[in-house]
Write a protein that binds this ligand. Structure first.
Ligand code: ADP
Length: 367
């Protein structure tokens, strides 16, 4: 039997896209690129977002519908391509014109020290004399209030230029906002994605961040709609990916990297940070124990051609600093303080490399 596009389109009307409940034709998800060559049919299905959870199931359902309603001998398996709409990226300087660089700090999985690195990097950048803001966008597990010892903070609103704006907390020279200042952890956990995204947008757009050299975003772990919201809200300069050297963490870090670099998102990776790179006991300072494996991130960075910006050891004081609200980066004479200062300097170099307006000369360390 000769094949016609109409037969295929009729079959595709039987496939419902779970995201809207409409069939693929109604939802205008079939690209106008169908080719029929004998029994071989190729075409593309368009999804809004590259991480649409229904991509696999919709492709499978489309194949099945074509084989069922058009004919079992149609050559369709593996011939359906996926297209995703380009994410609308905001223009730099539109939303927060006084913010020079927005850095997304991300990790493939939770518990690798992303928030610890974000907090200490923020403090280290402030020590170098830069104006720094840190947004705790890890909305379902906010840790900035604890790591900065600001659990009791309740940011105020102030009327500025005719708008009521949230005034960020300020500690150790870093401007801070976290959803943890406004709602109890248990309440945010049950929020739906849309509520979380809206709350974050408010913390960005309706806050008085003022002039910042670096605006750090402590992202939620993994890849999610919240990432896409942030990427679409702010003109992100680049991403830092934090991982431990452990194989499972690295596998997830690769997913995180791909989320930023895929051609729809296209955010440069400024570098990788290896956290928990080794353990050195206080009584044997020369010894290094590679608990999670040696150089996992270093090797990954080389493989993916991304700079490794820092290696942070496992040190009890880092953990204690997080728990007591006194980040170790405050003590620039300690080994850990040095490690974070070094990371901050490397980040500044990377940003300068990428033609930002940040001054390349290292500033005087603010005491
Ligand atoms: P994430 O943000 O990736 O979930 P956290 O920053 O909350 O991870 O870190 C998880 C736990 O590990 C925290 O208790 C933190 O204090 C601890 N931690 C993180 N990095 C280090 C390190 N280099 N040395 C010791 N403890 C660390």
């Amino acid at each position: 039997m000769a094949l016609y596009p109409n037969l295929i389109l009729e079959a595709l009307k039987k496939v419902r896209y779970p995201g809207t409940g409409k069939n693929l034709i109604e939802a205008e998800m079939i690209e106008d690129d169908m080719r029929i060559d004998g029994q071989k049919v190729t075409f593309s299905i368009i999804f809004e977002k590259p991480n649409d959870p229904f991509i696999k199931s919709v492709v499978k359902a489309a194949e099945t519908a074509i084989l069922t309603y058009v004919g079992e001998d149609v050559d369709i398996k593996g011939n359906i391509s996926i297209k995703t709409k380009q994410l609308a990226r905001p223009e730099p300087d539109k939303l927060l014109p006084q913010v020079k660089n927005v850095i997304a700090i991300s990790s493939g999985k939770g518990g690798v020290g992303k928030s610890t690195v974000s907090a200490n990097l923020a403090v280290a950048l402030a020590k170098l004399g830069y104006k720094v803001g840190l947004l705790d966008a890890d909305i379902f597990g906010p840790s900035v209030p604890k790591m900065f010892g600001t659990e009791d903070a309740r940011p105020l609103l102030e009327r500025i230029d005719g708008r009521d704006l949230i005034i960020p907390e300020e500690k150790y020279g870093v401007k801070l906002l976290s959803i943890g200042y406004f709602v109890k952890k248990e309440d945010a956990v049950v929020w739906r994605g849309g509520m979380a995204s809206n709350a974050l947008k408010q913390l960005i757009a309706d806050a008085h961040w003022g002039e910042l050299d670096f605006f750090l975003l402590d992202m939620p772990p993994g890849t999610s709609d919240i990432h896409l919201t942030l990427i679409q809200t702010l003109a992100v300069t680049g991403a830092l990916v934090v991982s431990t050297p452990q194989q499972v963490a690295l596998a997830d870090a690769i997913k995180g990297i791909n989320m930023f670099t895929n051609d729809k998102v296209n955010i440069p990776i400024l570098g990788l940070v290896e956290n928990m790179a080794w353990f050195t006991p206080a009584e044997l300072p020369a010894n290094k124990y590679y608990i999670f494996g040696k150089n996992g991130c270093k090797n990954l960075a080389e493989e993916m051609n991304i700079p490794l910006l820092g290696q942070i050891p496992i040190v009890q004081s880092i953990c204690e600093g997080g728990d007591t609200g006194v980040p170790v980066a405050l003590d620039e004479n300690s080994i850990t303080g040095q490690a974070f200062l070094h990371l901050a300097e490397k980040l500044v170099e990377r940003v300068v490399d990428r033609n930002s307006h940040i001054s390349p000369t290292k500033r005087v360390i603010a005491k």
